[in-house]
Design a protein around this ligand. Structure first.
Ligand code: G3I
Length: 295
């Protein structure tokens, strides 16, 4: 079981941050730096400066790198029309640059809507749902050694429209022999239990893929006190235990090192405290719970 963390290049110069990110985790994911907008801001002009800093950091700490994300509808430059030519150039350019250095890629991210339909993206409009299979085949050819992941959020429960749609999607990809090695469950949650989480991991894995928790965080109200922090520790422990219970659940990545650099307060106003370590880099009850659960 690998424990990983999403990191931000602009925080690696902070000694406490770098020390903790380098020492506590076996894998890192650039939180924003390998996305389409920063890596290919203009057609065919690639830029890897910030992402390279993270990949070099990982190498110097003996960590794996998860590449996030090749084909996604957000942080996408406005010129992207969704054509096959653009998608091929982007995947080949980015995966080719990191060949042998990035262990796994989120090849397609968030292709499903909450209602279980395919999300209307430029790629869907241009290529239809087949864009997903094409992206994986292009990525496989660009680095045959890299593990390839389909990654999504809100599909952690088997009974929801999106949970069911993920099952159908994976089944179809496996039947078509699309080179998908693993399914990533982002797992951005609050204190409510996740109905059927372990069962969902198990039944997706039973289709013949690995599974992973790729962007875990558990948000609390901004006003949270000691009681909520204890409840958060329990929620984190349950999440880790669900993964540990499923043989093919291979890794857990937390979506940020500390509460000071979490995406939550910006996107969920009134919420925060979502990570294992507080903004002063002090471990929270959730940190201890996760450490104990992971042994
Ligand atoms: O790059 C600009 C910078 O130039 C500017 O000065 C600054 C001022 O606000 O903004 C910077 O852009 C921010 C970007 O992160 C890079 O830091 C955006 O405002 C901010 O909205 C953006 O948010 C990221 C978000 O994806 C974008 O959708 C979050 O940090 C990141 O945690 C989040 O991650 C996503 C995963 O990729 C996919 N799954 C969901 C997850 C949470 O939304």
């Amino acid at each position: 079981m690998v424990a990983g963390v999403a990191v931000r290049a602009d925080r690696l110069g902070d000694a406490g941050y770098a020390e903790a990110a380098g020492r506590l985790f076996g894998s890192v994911t650039p939180e924003n730096e390998i996305k389409w907008q920063p890596t290919e801001p203009e057609p065919g002009r690639f830029s890897f400066e910030a992402a390279d800093r993270i990949v070099d950091f990982a190498r110097s700490h003996g960590q794996r790198v998860r590449g996030h994300a090749l084909v996604w509808h957000l942080q996408l430059p406005p010129w992207v029309s969704g054509s096959l030519e653009e998608m091929r150039r982007h995947i080949e350019g980015v995966v080719g640059h990191y060949r042998g250095r990035v262990a796994e890629w989120d090849v397609v991210n968030e292709a499903l809507s909450d209602d279980g339909r395919f999300r209307p993206t430029p790629f869907l409009r241009e290529l239809g749902p087949a864009y997903i299979a094409r992206a994986f085949r292009i990525a496989r050819a660009a680095d045959p050694q890299a593990r390839l992941v389909y990654n999504d959020y809100g599909a952690e429960s088997p009974g929801t429209p999106k949970g069911k749609a993920l099952y159908r999607l994976v089944k179809g990809l496996v039947q078509l022999r699309v080179p998908v090695d693993a399914i990533g469950f982002q797992t951005h949650v609050d204190l409510r239990p996740i109905p059927g989480f372990e069962r969902q991991l198990r039944r997706i894995a039973a289709l013949g893929v690995d599974v992973a928790l790729t962007e875990v965080d558990v948000r609390l109200p901004e006003s949270a006190g000691p009681e909520e922090l204890e409840a958060q520790a329990v929620a984190y422990r349950r999440i880790v235990e669900a993964c540990l219970a499923v043989e093919r659940c291979r890794s857990i990545t937390f979506w940020g090192l500390d509460d000071g650099d979490s995406w939550i307060p910006e996107f969920f106003p009134g919420s925060g405290h979502a990570l294992l370590i507080d903004e002063d880099l002090r471990p929270k009850p959730a940190y201890e719970a996760v450490r104990r659960a992971l042994g």
